[in-house]
Design a protein around this ligand. Structure first.
Ligand SMILES: NC(=O)c1ccc[n+]([C@@H]2O[C@H](COP(=O)([O-])OP(=O)(O)OC[C@H]3O[C@@H](n4cnc5c(N)ncnc54)[C@H](O)[C@@H]3O)[C@@H](O)[C@H]2O)c1
Length: 409
């Protein structure tokens, strides 16, 4: 098959390479000329375990371009960010991608939307754009992506997938594409249900993290350790409480609940969960303020910028919120993230980041942070807030640090 993949980001690029590795002829299309040039020069625009090997294996079946050309199949994997002001999905990238496909589509070709979208987007936005230039005879499916950064390639291959199609023939054609590299089961649905299912999955996780966060706030009020309490509660055979933390980040969990609830008149818990998770960044700043007390020109150091451990993705990261809130409260904020290399505010190493610091805040659970030697840090005051219950507290206390664990007395 000749396949064009629109959007060569965290989802589109690995998808393109897996399809190329399965023998299809792939054109990766991106409007960002930096990405296209980087790939044409044989380099990858971001890091992801296994992507290098896949790129080397699949390169002879993979070319890149800034323009879409006529293909058997078009896969749309463009961003769907949140419009921060009105808290609804910004589907302008999906619209633009659909319009560019509309200029080349002809009957018999298949369009697959992978981007996460609010229910009804295919029916009300994408299909009318395509039908305007090709009134009938093309096939269409929505196949949302479930892969997680850090394990993208494995999950793209092994996860089960839902294909929501406009008709049986579209389902069969889309399934044929995915079975060329997916080992997980594939399930049939209609388009709007597939759009809804993806949003429910991420909203489910966001709400359950909010519940853990609310438990942690109550635990601090009543004076117990939430981490021990959760371990005990989870011994119940039908209870599985998630871990509290500094908030929720990434391109999915922090955004997708708004796609579901944004325009709904019935939704309450979904928006409340978002509020609770966003509140955690304020709470973390409050905890560090309390530890530092009243000193002049206080400095805090954030350990981690990425939204979760062992990835370099900072989108919607709680660390960015904590930084902004703390700066707004008059703190100097230094940041160290060994994986996020080109961020303007990151120090080059832990020593530089901790010079004269009054409080270290563990925000991201990168494995590398376990190796920090607390004895060696040139801090001004020995305070540590651990928002993930990640570090060896005894070791830090033995090095003279006051340790505050989020969710404990
Ligand atoms: N990253 C994840 O972990 C993840 C997981 C599941 C679902 N998703 C969803 O997948 C979609 C893509 O996410 P991502 O993380 O790959 O985004 P991304 O920002 O990493 O990459 C998207 C790429 O699309 C390009 N682009 C924008 N408009 C274009 C157009 N008209 N034509 C061609 N290219 C265009 C951008 O330049 C960018 O390189 C989103 O809807 C997201 O919600 C992402």
């Amino acid at each position: 098959m000749k396949i064009s993949v629109l959007g060569l980001g965290y989802i589109g690029l690995p998808t393109s390479l897996l399809l190329a590795d399965a023998g299809h002829d792939i054109t990766g299309v991106d409007i960002d000329t930096n990405i296209v040039n980087t790939l044409s020069n044989g380099n990858l625009p971001f890091e992801e375990p296994g992507l290098d090997d896949l790129f080397n294996r699949a390169r002879n079946k993979f070319k890149v371009s800034t323009d879409v050309e006529s293909s058997d199949v078009y896969i749309i994997a463009v961003p769907t960010p949140l419009d921060e002001e009105i808290k609804i999905a910004d589907i302008s990238y999906v619209k633009d991608a659909s319009k560019s496909i509309a200029t080349v589509i002809s009957p018999g070709q298949l369009v697959i939307l992978e981007s996460t979208v609010p229910p009804g987007t295919s029916e009300n936005i994408v299909l009318p754009i395509l039908k305007n230039s090709c009134p009938s005879g093309f096939y269409y499916a929505h196949c949302p992506e479930r892969a997680i950064p850090g394990k993208t390639i494995n999950e793209m291959v092994s996860n089960e997938r839902i294909i929501g199609a406009i008709d049986e023939e579209s389902y069969k054609k889309a399934k044929e594409i995915y079975t060329s590299f997916v080992k997980g089961n594939i399930y049939e649905s209609n388009v709007k249900t597939a759009e809804f299912v993806k949003l429910m999955e991420n909203t489910f996780r966001d709400i359950n993290i909010a519940l853990a966060n609310e438990f942690s706030l109550i635990a601090e009020e009543v004076g117990i350790d939430i981490w021990k309490a959760i371990r005990l509660a989870n011994l119940h055979p039908r209870v599985d409480i998630l871990s509290p933390g500094p908030g929720v980040g990434g391109h999915c969990l922090a955004i997708d609940p708004f796609f579901l609830a944004g325009k709904s008149k019935s939704s309450r818990i979904v928006k409340l969960a978002r509020e609770i998770n966003d509140f955690m960044a304020f709470h973390v700043v409050k905890l560090s303020k309390k530890m530092i007390g009243d000193i002049s020109n206080p400095t805090i150091t954030l350990l981690g910028l990425a939204y979760k451990g062992n990835v370099d993705d900072v989108r919607e990261s709680p660390a960015l919120k904590i930084k902004k809130i703390a700066e707004g409260e008059g703190f100097n904020v230094k940041v160290f993230d060994p994986l996020v290399k080109d961020h303007s505010s990151s120090c080059k190493d832990i020593k530089e980041a901790s010079v004269d610091s009054d409080c270290l805040i563990l925000v991201t659970d990168h494995s590398e942070f376990k190796d920090i030697d607390p004895e060696s840090l040139p801090v001004r005051s020995r305070n540590l807030v651990d928002t993930r219950n990640f570090l060896d507290h005894e070791r830090w206390e033995n090095a003279g640090f006051n340790v505050k664990l989020l969710g404990s007395s």
